[in-house]
Design a protein around this ligand. Structure first.
Ligand code: SF4
Length: 335
């Protein structure tokens, strides 16, 4: 994990991404919106890994896609290196594609099965005219294969000839090929065996140090982001409910949802695990089409109070620190 400088490479302010829902086959009437992301603000320092955690459907992947201009924001803005990228034109988008890349969750589904590893990794080089001739193109791809731990002689193989971990290495090589500054890692290890997960996390850390990369690391459980992240934001139903430094979040979680996610992370010491209290959250995540009023977590929160059903808890500091939480109980203990 890199020491970060204090330069904010990314600032997300009040980001909302809503998807309209229509009814009717011929005359389509809009009947509402799926509020996938519903007012999210955070920043990422250059050189850090910022973890974004939450259950499936909480809006973390949509947040990542909006940052990469793959989903259009409904409201809010995203500043990358001081430039508002939500108002992008084609030229800006082209430049952005060079600076921001993505590593996908499914290393098999994200690689074209008809292309060789060389063609997959080389595609961005051709799109952005990075290499001058065929020899330089091949050398660059061989070098990329080596730095992600693959033998350049594998360049002519197709995705199905690689293991899951090797395919994810190809996806990482493709993302690195045009020297980006910022990479959105969208659940990059969740489709892999546990034994392979650590190898890919270690590779990402090594590459971060070697190439001064900044990561937005998306995951559905806190165990995975624990090792790699400098700071972590926890998302629930389109909102960030807690942001803190990694160690602070693990040692002093404030939001009941964060506490529940943490209690699902097993502790290696069986003696500690045996006496540890677990906070279980019942029920399913409500639909983002019709989210609960007030605190969106109140339908599942064991500590819900009357105020939680009507008043939205705002994200604010815990004891005037950098630790931020959105919970009436945590921020206003006298309520
Ligand atoms: Fe639970 Fe209320 Fe806090 Fe929401 S605001 S997490 S319902 S205590």
């Amino acid at each position: 994990m890199l020491e970060t400088n204090n330069q904010k490479i990314l600032q997300v302010r009040d980001l909302a991404v809503h998807f309209p829902v229509f009814k009717g086959m011929v005359f389509k009437n809009k009947i509402g919106d799926i509020k996938a992301v519903d007012g999210v603000s955070f920043h990422v320092f250059a050189g850090e890994t910022f973890g974004l955690v939450g259950e499936s459907g909480c809006g973390k992947t949509t947040t990542g896609r909006a940052i990469l201009c793959l989903d259009k924001p409904t409201a809010g803005n995203i500043m990358f290196n001081g430039t508002d990228i939500t108002r992008h034109d084609k030229n800006m988008l082209r430049q952005l594609r060079r600076e921001m890349q993505m590593v996908f969750q499914d290393p098999f589904g994200s690689l074209d099965p008809r292309m060789t590893a060389r063609d997959i990794i080389g595609e961005p080089l051709l799109i952005h005219n990075v290499t001058k001739n065929r020899a330089e193109y091949r050398d660059k791809i061989d070098h990329l294969l080596e730095i992600v731990g693959l033998n350049p002689q594998m360049a002519r193989r197709y995705p199905h000839e690689f293991s899951g971990g090797q395919r994810q290495r190809i996806g990482i090589a493709r993302a690195l090929s045009i020297n980006p500054k910022f990479i959105v890692c969208d659940e990059p290890v969740s489709a892999l065996d546990v034994s392979i997960q650590a190898q890919i996390i270690n590779l990402l850390e090594k590459l971060q140090e070697a190439f001064d990369l900044t990561y937005l690391f998306i995951a559905h459980d806190l165990a995975v982001v624990r090792h790699i992240s400098n700071r972590i934001a926890v998302m629930y139903l389109g909102n960030i409910v807690e942001i803190a430094d990694r160690i602070e979040l693990y040692q002093n979680p404030q939001h009941p949802y964060t506490k529940a996610l943490l209690s699902a992370v097993p502790v290696p010491d069986p003696a500690v695990e045996a006496v540890r209290q677990h906070l279980l959250i019942e029920g399913e995540v409500p639909s983002p089409f019709n989210p609960p009023a007030g605190c969106k977590f109140h339908t599942r929160c064991p500590y819900a109070m009357a105020v939680c059903k009507s008043k939205v808890p705002l994200l604010g500091p815990v004891d005037e620190s950098e630790h931020m939480v959105a919970c009436h109980l945590a921020r206003q203990p006298t309520l």
